[in-house]
Every structure is written in C-alpha cells, then in structure tokens.
Design a protein around this ligand. Structure first.
Ligand code: ADP
Ligand code: ZN
Ligand code: MG
Length: 482
C-alpha cells in the first residue's frame, strides 16, 4: 500500500513593531533580560491591555498579501493555560473571530505550481523566553530555568494553512514563500534560527486515493527550512511504517531532534476545550472599516511572486529568480546593479552563489557588507570589458567582501587584471606556437581539439592572466593564416 502525506502548517511571526501588542514596552531583543517590562506584560493584577494599532495594520498586510478576507470585526480571546513563561496564565489570542480568513498562497515546488489555502491569520502575543540551564538545554535535564519577560507581549501573528500540502518539499516551498512575503512586507525580520518566525507542521498519511484524512501528528522544533523538510520526511516514513505494520498513528505532538534526525513524542495534543477559551473582557472588538482596509491594501509592496515574474522577464533562470525574489535585501541590490547596466545573470549568479555562501558563513546580512548595486555593476563591467576573467571576478568579490576596497582596487592589488591587449599577448602566443609544432600541425589539419591545449599553454605562460577568448582568436588567426 502506498500512502499520500497530508500536511498543514502553522506559522508564528513576530512583528517588528516599535512597542508590544498590548502595552508601550519596546520590542527590543538586544536588551538585558527583564528590562522591557511593565505591569501589563508582567500580568500584574489590575493592569489593562490596549491594542497596538500598528500591529493590527501589520497583521492586515499579511492577510492581504495572503489573499484573505479582512474581517470587519474581530475579537480577542483568552487562551488559558499555565506555563512559567506566561505571567497572566492566559495568552490573549484570537479564536472564533480572527482578523483574516480564507486566503491562499501560490507556491512552486520543483517547477510545479500549487495553491495552499490559508485558513486564517490571527493576532496574539508572544510569551517570555525560558532558558533551561544544563546539558542539552531541555527542561528535563536542567538544574534550573531562567525566564526573560522582554518577549512577553511582543505582537505575534499566527498563519494557519489548510491541509493542502502533499510533500515535505512543498511544505518547505510554502514556508520559504511565506517568509519571502513577510520580509517584503517589512513586518518582521522572520529569522528562522532565532525564532522570530517559527512553524509547526501537522502531518498525516492516507492511502492513495482515499478520501478521509488520517490521524495527524504535530511536529515542533524545526528552526530552518532544511530541518522542516528533514523532519517531515522522517515523520512521513515513521507513520508509513506504523500503518504498514497494521498499527495506528497516535494523535500527539512530537519534538524534532535535529542531531538524531528523529522525532520523539512530547505529549498528547491538547483539545481546544482544554484552553477554556472565552472573549477577552478587557478589550473591545477590533473594527476595520473599508477606508482602513483600502488604505493598507493600497500601500502593499511588491510580493515575491511579482518580483519573480519580473526577474524571469529579465532573462534569469527560474531557480535564480526564485532565490532572489525570496530575499528582498538581496533582490534590491540585484535590481540596483542591473539598473546601472550590469549583466543580470552574472550579478544574480554572484549574489545567489559566492555572496550567499559568504553571508551564511559569516552569519551576517548583505546590508552589513560593502556589496551594493554599484560594486556589482563595476565588477560586471570589468568582466564584460575583458579586464577580469570569470574566476578572477570571484576572487575580486571575495576581496571586496573582506573589505579590501572597490573592485578596481582589489583587482589591482591582488594582481588579477587580465591581459587583453593583443600587442602584449602576441609575442607570448608566438612563443607557445613555436614550442608546440605537433599541436600546431594538428590544428592546421583541422583538429580543433588541440586549441584548448594551446590556450592552456598561453594561460600558463601568463600566470593565468591572459584573456582566454582573445588568445583563442589570435591562435586561430595565426595558425589559420600560416
Ligand atoms: P487542532 O485543532 O489540532 O489545532 P486544526 O484543525 O486547528 O487542528 O489544524 C491545525 C493545523 O493542522 C492546520 O494547519 C491544518 O491544516 C492541519 N491539519 C488539520 N487536519 C490535518 C490532517 N488530518 N493532516 C494533516 N494536517 C492537518
Ligand atoms: Zn509592557
Ligand atoms: Mg487549531
């Protein structure tokens, strides 16, 4: 029997508003622990919440970008549960009447397009952050735990997808697309590793062709796109093995262990009634009128899908266009370079290749490096003019990233300028031809293969600095004419 995975994803996004969801404390993750707190976000008796209008607007932009209907009226509820990082013993969230409902996000997985339904986008508040001190960082092994309430009350959006996803790759593509949209909207820094964007994946299997869904398992603790895909692949295999041996999948929450590459059971999933939801009596409903909705919709920036379309029209291949459109910072540098005449595919290749690898290695962002549109345009012009070979250009790029100066300076100081002056190359070429009678004879007989060998000899004689295209031309002219 073969099984089809059914996947739905719940994504939490921390918003980069100046202040928290229900109080005036700053949202600032660099601050010393427990300094950005007040009676409201510490849940002290008698303190009253007030809704952050900007957070509502940010949530609306996400909803609109995901093609949702924005509810004219939405309501906050109390979700009751006890945990030390939540000082009120309830989280203010939205339950029966969320701000945004019934949208979709189009994704592309290995060239195949699919539409993933968005059930809802609702507003809530983040909890504090616990640090479990001891081996492994998990509570079970900890000697004690520390709590920082700076994060308590930070505006949080939850985006809930329909169970429309059918593979681990599609789940990854969905989260990548959603992250790209959030970044372009400028409402969150959406850092997966640091948890400003976090996702839980719900997965079940059903026999291929079967109608009803199987029992779902919720998988938590993935903090990269790669770990999302690995966790789902593993979980799909685990469930398939259970079903194949005639067993039943237990409905539960499982914890992904990145190092072991496995999931382990955490707890059986709570039911909604465990939370004793009721409307938050301290807040009035949020009302969004047409004027507000229209204003926010009118200010929506370009989304990844639109940018991708433009990049494809500029002649980029689909993979590169996808990478550039999902990272707005990189995308804008790309556009700036091309606007000043740089070669689009060349610049795109650098950005998605060397530059991305370096940013990852150094754990930094493009804005923190000297690379901008004008640097890439300058470098591209040097290649197009024959001053730099493609491989020398990569060395120059590394030098620019290392802070050695502008491309022209780096190329000069690293001695990478290509010799593309025929007058300078001809004597070297003549020398090489004179020393390689046999190869020259073969070339004269029409054996084009030896030309690569001859060009290689000239490159060696010039320390790799000759312009290979030009060398090729001169050799052909010399031998052809001789
Ligand atoms: P719960 O009540 O357990 O929170 P929801 O119905 O709210 O479940 O769904 C939570 C998430 O799980 C959603 O993203 C939804 O698409 C997904 N989901 C629901 N049922 C299934 C299923 N049978 N298999 C996989 N995912 C599912
Ligand atoms: Zn506060
Ligand atoms: Mg639910």
């Amino acid at each position: 029997m073969t099984y089809e995975p059914v996947i739905g994803i719940e994504t939490h996004v921390e918003l980069t508003t100046a202040s928290k969801m229900f109080c005036g404390c700053p949202v600032d993750f660099g601050a010393p622990p427990n300094t950005n707190v007040c009676p409201v976000c510490l849940g002290l008796p008698g303190a009253l919440p007030v809704v952050n209008g900007r957070a509502v607007e940010y949530a609306m932009t996400i909803g609109l970008a995901l093609n949702c209907t924005i509810a004219g009226r939405s309501v906050f509820s109390r979700k009751n549960y006890f945990y030390p990082d939540m000082p009120k013993n309830y989280q203010i969230s939205q339950y029966e009447e969320p701000l945004c409902v019934d949208g979709y996000l189009d994704v592309e997985t290995d060239g195949t397009a699919s539409r993933v339904g968005i059930t809802r986008v609702h507003m809530e508040e983040d909890t504090g952050k616990s640090t479990h001190v001891g081996v492994g960082g998990r509570i079970a092994d900890a000697s004690h735990s520390l709590i920082d309430f700076n994060r308590a009350g930070v505006p949080l959006m939850e985006v809930v997808s329909e169970p429309d996803i059918r593979s681990a790759e599609e789940a990854r593509a969905f989260v990548a697309e959603l992250r790209g949209a959030v970044l372009r909207l400028g409402v969150s820094d959406a850092k997966l590793e640091e948890g400003s964007m976090r996702f839980d994946a719900n997965v079940s299997l059903r026999a291929v062709g079967a109608e009803p869904f199987g029992t779902k398992v919720e998988v938590k603790n993935m903090n990269s796109l790669r770990s999302l895909q690995r966790a789902l692949e593993h979980e799909i295999e685990r469930q398939a093995a259970i079903l194949e041996s005639g067993g039943e999948v237990l409905q539960e929450t499982r914890h992904w262990d990145e190092e072991a590459g496995t999931t382990t059971g955490m707890r059986s999933k709570e039911e909604a009634f465990d939370y004793r939801y009721f409307d938050e009596p301290d807040l009035v409903p949020v009302e969004v009128d047409d004027e507000w909705r229209t204003r926010v919709a009118g200010a929506l920036p370009e989304l990844p899908a639109q940018a991708r379309g433009r990049y494809l029209e500029m002649g980029l291949d689909a993979t590169t266009a996808g990478l550039l459109s999902n990272d707005v910072e990189v995308g804008l540098v790309f556009e700036a370079a091309v606007a000043t005449g740089a070669d689009a595919q060349m610049v795109a290749n650098w950005l998605t290749g060397e530059v991305t690898a370096l940013l990852r290695r150094e754990d930094t962002t493009l804005g923190a490096t000297p690379i901008d549109g004008s640097v890439l345009a300058e470098l591209s012009a040097m290649v197009t003019d024959g001053q730099l070979s493609a491989s020398a250009a990569k060395d120059v790029l590394a030098g620019v990233l290392a802070g050695e100066g502008r491309p022209a300076e780096v190329a000069a100081s690293r001695d990478l300028i290509q010799v593309s002056d025929a007058g300078e190359l001809e004597p070297v070429i003549d020398g090489v031809l004179a020393e390689n009678d046999e190869a020259v004879a073969k070339l004269k007989e029409g054996d084009e293969k030896v030309i690569g060998f001859l060009v290689g000899q000239v490159m060696r004689a010039t320390g790799g600095k000759a312009d290979p295209g030009l060398v090729n031309q001169i050799i052909k002219a010399r031998v052809g004419g001789g």
